[in-house]
Design a protein around this ligand. Structure first.
Ligand code: COI
Length: 365
């Protein structure tokens, strides 16, 4: 049976003037709305106690399994305000399906798709005032973060018998403070993000924790992000940790690493693969040796490289650096034309400025 959400409204909502100030320059992940959604699962009762409550700290027993064994998964989505004031989200069924796949991998219970989508409707309905207007092509939205974790207080290593599901929401501008400026990447060779048979294809906190040391190494080498290679041969490109990667060739091929089991199947990634053909490109999913990137940058065969994800949408990549070297595919007059075209095609669908021919959008409020 579908979850029924009880609603207890906050008596301490952020005032209109303060909220307007936040929405004018939200950055990414800095501010949170007035409410949150929670639900509980137990092996005895299944999903129950679904509620919309004022946003605030969660009381956790120090023995809660998530704090010790990282049994946790999450999703990232956005709510977009259209010109007529309605609020929509992009392919929520794809996120619900991935949340279910992540749940299987982390031995967590599956939240049915209808409950997942309803939880988004609940938070957006009560905090609709927090969905920014996207004036003049700005990419402001309300970032939605559903997550689930093992809340049972128990130190034995086994799947928890009590689990908590939450949704929080955060007004968001561009993920990178520099906007759509190209980011530089560091090839992480000392650290892999995920390995064969591991959790790389699941959206779980552990993968992101595992990417941080590589990212720090990149920052130490004046790069914005790290690119991770496969853990067994350190040869093939995987992903950035929080984003997938595409290489665009001058002959129109647009190539992304195939899903080997250790790469996250991004919703933006699969949408770009679908859109590529109608933009006159030839999409390919295959293993890409990192050497191919270096050679293609050198020879000029590579026209563009970009990263993609819900948070960052499409972000051009510039220089690639590694221990002892660097390369850059950009030449005089470089424009990142394809990346910016894909980016605006996606944003136009998401903000209701272009026809949604594939039925990707779902109205939330
Ligand atoms: C997203 O793009 O939504 C992500 O999950 C990446 C990052 C913010 C964790």
């Amino acid at each position: 049976m579908a979850l029924q959400f009880t609603v207890s409204e906050s008596t301490g909502r952020v005032g209109d003037a303060e909220r307007a100030k936040i929405l004018a320059n939200p950055g990414f992940g800095n501010y949170f709305t007035d409410h949150m959604v929670t639900a509980t699962w137990s092996d005895a009762d299944g999903w129950h106690d679904a509620a919309v409550t004022p946003y605030g700290p969660i009381a956790l027993d120090p023995a809660a399994a998530v704090l010790h064994y990282a049994q946790e998964i999450f999703e990232g989505m956005k709510a977009y305000r259209h010109a007529d004031g309605t609020v929509w989200t992009f392919r929520p069924e794809a996120n619900a399906a991935r949340f279910a796949r992540s749940a299987h991998r982390l031995a967590l219970p599956v939240l049915p798709e209808d409950d997942f989508v309803q939880s988004l409707r609940e938070i957006v309905a009560i905090d609709k005032a927090w969905v920014p207007e996207a004036a003049d092509g700005a990419e402001t939205s309300l970032y939605l973060r559903p997550f689930m974790f093992a809340s049972e207080a128990f130190l034995g290593v086994r799947p928890a018998k009590k689990v908590t599901y939450c949704v929080i929401a955060s007004p968001a501008g561009a993920y990178f403070s520099g906007g759509v400026k190209p980011v530089s990447l560091w090839i992480s060779t000392d650290f892999a993000r995920a390995g064969e048979g591991g959790t790389g294809a699941a959206k779980c906190g552990g993968n992101y924790a595992s990417s941080l040391a590589g990212q720090l190494e990149g920052i130490d080498h004046d790069c914005d992000q790290a690119v991770f290679l496969d853990s067994s041969t350190h040869t093939y490109i995987e992903e950035l940790g929080g984003m997938n990667l595409f290489i665009v060739y001058r002959d129109g091929r647009i190539v992304t690493p195939e899903l080997t089991g250790s790469i996250l199947e991004g919703v933006t990634r699969s949408s770009i693969l679908e859109l590529a053909k109608e933009l006159g490109l030839s999409p390919e999913e295959r293993r890409i040796p990192i050497q191919e990137w270096k050679d293609g940058a050198e020879s000029g065969e590579i026209a563009e490289v970009f990263a993609c994800g819900t948070a960052a949408v499409v972000t051009p990549v510039g220089e690639l650096r590694w221990d002892g070297g660097s390369c850059d595919h950009r030449r005089d007059g470089h424009t990142d034309e394809i990346a910016l075209k894909i980016r605006s095609t996606l944003l136009d669908i998401q903000y209701g400025r272009a026809e949604d021919a594939r039925g990707w959008m779902t109205q939330l409020a």
